[in-house]
Design a protein around this ligand. Structure first.
Ligand code: SF4
Length: 273
């Protein structure tokens, strides 16, 4: 019998790579342990992503600067902020990011995909993921696709972040096969600084990232089999505590992570005030 394919998204692979125990809490234990409260920075990121999706859904003649505030207001996620004052400050900041970012974008450009799901199967995994945006740009032998990922975190990003991102590489690998067009360029668009960190992959570097993802998938399947076979789930999915525990949704469930002080849900947006 062929082995079943491991169905995965970038977040699923990323969770295991960060901390196998976190993966277990999120994807294996049922009923799943209760998560902590929602994070304001996730709300802020989701609001900005929603507004950008709304922008590209507008007819070209309505993609005007005055539309941005309405889009952001209509897609605003309120969870996790300390109070209304902090939420209002975050709204103003996000509006400034969007206005300045969209001012630099060609309003008539039609991406090939916006929040577009791309999927691909290999001998080991069935990958699917939602790319923030897929652009088409002229290349030496015709149009080529570019994976664009929006970022709203506090710190800027550089070319190493774009090169090392497994998620971006897997999107590119999948998009190339879904659209049957070359897709080697990946870009992180950091809204707060208005900077773009990009990397041009080769077929080999995409392949390397894919092999790494398959290795992770094999490790996860082996850990799941071990638990089914009676191993202690804590051993099969070890905790890898670190500073990230303060931001982990499962810190209150996890004995190792509980030793790290938890962050307030709004801590990441407060630092940016
Ligand atoms: S609290 Fe830390 S060790 Fe525990 S699951 Fe989360 S990231 Fe892993």
């Amino acid at each position: 019998m062929p082995e079943r394919l491991f169905v995965c998204t970038p977040s699923k692979l990323g969770a295991y790579a960060d901390c196998p125990r976190r993966y277990r809490y999120a994807y294996v234990d049922r009923p799943a342990p209760q998560k902590g409260p929602p994070w304001a920075h996730n709300s802020l990121g989701a609001s900005v992503h929603n507004a950008l999706r709304g922008w590209y859904a507008l007819p070209v003649d309505r993609r005007r600067p005055e539309a941005v505030a309405g889009l952001l207001k209509g897609s605003w996620v309120r969870d996790g902020y300390r109070d209304e004052e902090q939420e209002r400050a975050a709204f103003r900041r996000a509006l400034g990011w969007l206005e300045s970012y969209l001012d630099g974008q060609e309003p008539t450009a039609e991406p090939v995909g916006v929040e577009r799901v791309v999927a691909v199967k290999t001998g080991v995994l069935a990958f699917n993921g939602r790319a923030d945006r897929i652009d088409s740009r002229p290349g030496p032998s015709g149009p080529e696709l570019v994976i664009v990922d929006y970022k709203t975190g506090r710190t800027g990003l550089d070319a190493d972040d774009a090169r090392g991102s497994q998620a971006l590489a897997l999107y590119a690998y999948a998009a190339e096969r879904v659209f049957r067009r070359p897709c080697r360029r990946v870009e992180l668009h950091h809204l707060p600084t208005g900077t773009v960190a990009g990397h041009d992959h080769s077929a080999e570097s995409l392949d390397r990232q894919l092999r790494r993802a398959e290795e992770t998938a094999r490790d996860i399947m082996a850990a799941e089999r071990a638990v089914t076979g009676g191993d202690d789930p804590d051993d099969a999915f070890p905790a890898t505590p670190g500073t990230r525990c303060g931001w982990c949704d499962y810190r209150r469930t996890c004995p190792e992570g509980a030793q790290t002080p938890g962050r307030e849900p709004w801590a990441a947006v407060e630092r940016a005030d």
